[in-house]
Structure formats: structure tokens, C-alpha cells
Design a protein around this ligand. Sequence first.
Ligand code: C2R
Length: 183
Amino acid sequence: MEKENQNSLPSGGVGVGALVSIIMGSTSDLPVMEKAMKFLDEMEVPFEVNALSAHRTPEAVEQFAKGAAARGIKVIIAGAGMAAALPGVIAASTTLPVIGVPIKGSVLDGVDALYSILQMPPGIPVATVAINGAMNAAILACQMMSLYDEALAQKMATYKAGLGQKIEKANADLSKLEYKFKV
Ligand code: C2R
């Protein structure tokens, strides 16, 4: 019998050299999860992307989670909507940090996914970002990796400084507004 390869996904979608693994419950989550890919691209962080489902492909999820660290993955970002078991089930089978992205898509507007991902039992944490907060998930992943990657830490510092400049510009614009009672 052929030996099961822990280093590959059943889907075959392994990104060699990837540091971040983006997993989504369905490709219907892609429009949201693309925000994470865009940020990682901007920061020049190698990532892989796959669709896996704890409900629909439970064995593949376990195989992925158990093999991720050995493949060099440092952080997993898992997005899912509805009864979102996926991030928690991944977190159950790895010691890598897992960041969960609740996806808005059902009649419950993403609150179902938010609570499913957020309310993990003690021992199995999932760092949960806002509903549809895929970009923040990528930022958090980069900040985690900045702890041991000086070049990435510099890029993140530049990114954060840029956010401050945006607010400075906003205040400069607001100061130009003229009202009779504005002091
Ligand atoms: P479809 O659009 O494929 O029907 O999926 C997906 O993340 C998606 O938001 C609808 C929604 O189901 C979610 N899904 C999960 C899981 N698998 C799929 N929450 C899981 O295992 O947690």
C-alpha cells in the first residue's frame, strides 16, 4: 500500500515555500479571502491557498492541519461562513497559530460564523478577526512572523506609519471645514 504523504494536501494544492496557508470552507468565500491574499502579496510573503471543509472533507482537514508545520507553514488563516467549524478543527490538529475569519453569507449575516469561530473551548484557541476581516487576518499573520523576521517587521512598521499619515491628512482636511460655530 502506498504510504500516505503528510506533506501534501489531498487537493494537491501545496505551495512550496509558503509561510502562510490560507484555507477557506468554499470558493464562495473567495471574494472576502482575496483581501488577505492581496495584503500578503503587498508584503511579499509567500502563501498557499486551498479550499477544505471540516463538514464536507473532514479527513483532508485533519491531514492538512497535521502536516502544515512540517511543510514550513508558520501561520494558518482559515475563513468560513455559517456553522464555521473549520478554523477550530484545524486548530485542534496543529500547534501553529490559527487566525479565523468569519464570513458573512447566510441569513444570520456572519454572526453565526463569528460565534462559531470565537467561542473555542479552553486549550484550542483561534484568533478571531472581524466578520469579513480577511485583511486584518493577513496583517496579524505578518505581525506574528515579524517577531523573527526583521525585514518583514520593517515593512509592517512602514505600513503602520502610513495609516498614521492617513489620519494626519484627515485632520488637516477637517481643520479646513468652515462653520459659524466651529472653533
Ligand atoms: P457553499 O457556498 O459551498 O455552499 O458554502 C463555507 O465557508 C461557506 O461560507 C457555504 C458556506 O459554508 C461554509 N463552510 C463551512 C465549513 N465548510 C463549509 N463553515 C466548515 O467545515 O466549517
